[in-house]
Design a protein around this ligand. Structure first.
Ligand code: SAM
Length: 288
């Protein structure tokens, strides 16, 4: 049976000299990641996987990647979450691809009466910067008009950070002073050097764990006026991307908007979605 927790039988001084990740084990790990999360890791990412999983091996005091694989396959080990958390790429920032935010305001305002509430989904929200940017944008543009932002991710570690809504000051130092004042409170005392999202902005966002590859999603079809799924689908293969785009379309209200990352042109996946430029798509009126 695979031992659980730190194994005292392995002297820690032996751990740094563990054998490298072999191409065969890398391939197996790649396949498992793909099956479970849809993430298609490039075959050139062996070194990245090795260094990210090295931390897990150290924590679990395992002597090889093959032992790690055994641990992962043991359903009782509960290692899946940590494995996925270690291999997802969570890079994000406030106002990433900034043109999308004023454009969202224009599109919502230009669609006639504002929906009550405005419902937006940030799918693959990482540590929360994207949904909080959406919340700031809506508050600033539409004042107290009701809005609900659902923010989901597969990775539980990033969701913990997102839910706290506390960030190092460095994360916002490049934002305009007006935005910093509008949306953040500066920490003092033990919180010096940190900022917290203001409660009136924080309350617009609800965080939930969701694997986009799950066969069904708990949200009703036709629910969202906009969906942001940016810099997430790049990790998925084409069939997975196509399937997701079609499910996003179903979850948009008629005339709703899908925003994807600047490198994620949907090309042939745009059935029932009209490209508006700048990787923004609109669900065609009359589509279910
Ligand atoms: C690079 S971040 C993008 C964050 C944000 N959307 C942005 O553009 O700044 C990608 C996020 O997608 C999440 N992700 C990857 N596979 C996922 C899946 N199958 N279901 C849900 N989220 C996933 C990762 O955990 C990660 O937080």
């Amino acid at each position: 049976m695979t031992p659980r927790g730190p194994d005292p039988a392995i002297p820690s001084e032996l751990l740094p000299g563990r054998p490298p990740l072999s191409p065969a084990t890398f391939q197996t790990l790649r396949n498992l990641l793909h099956e479970h999360s849809g993430i298609a890791l490039s075959p050139h990412k062996l070194t990245m996987v090795q260094s990210r999983l090295a931390k897990r091996l150290r924590t679990l005091r395992l002597d090889s990647y093959e032992t790690y694989l055994e641990r992962l396959r043991d359903p009782a080990s509960g290692e899946w979450v940590a494995f996925i958390n270690a291999l997802t790429t969570n890079l994000t920032s406030f106002f990433r691809e900034p043109h999308h935010f004023p454009r969202l305001v224009e599109l919502l305002a230009g669609s006639g009466t504002l929906p009550r509430p405005i419902r937006i989904w940030s799918a693959g929200c990482s540590t929360g910067e994207e949904p909080y940017t959406l919340a700031m944008t809506l508050r600033q543009a539409f004042g107290a008009h009701p809005a609900e932002i659902l923010a989901t991710d597969l990775d539980t570690a990033v969701l913990d950070t997102a839910t706290r809504g506390v960030y190092p000051w460095a994360r916002i130092e490049n934002l305009d002073e007006a935005w910093r004042r509008f949306a953040f409170l500066r920490g003092t005392g033990a919180q010096e050097g940190k900022v917290r999202i203001r409660p009136e902005i924080r309350q617009l966002v609800q965080f939930e764990q969701l694997n986009l590859l799950d066969a069904s999603w708990p949200m009703a079809a036709g629910r969202f006026h906009a969906i942001f799924c940016r810099n997430v689908m790049i990790y998925f293969d084409k069939p997975t991307q196509r399937n997701l785009v079609s499910r996003f379309r179903e979850h948009l209200a008629p005339g709703g908007f899908l925003f994807v990352g600047h490198s994620e042109s949907l090309l042939d996946a745009t059935m029932g979605l009209k490209p508006l430029g700048q990787t923004i798509y609109r669900k065609q009126e009359g589509q279910p």
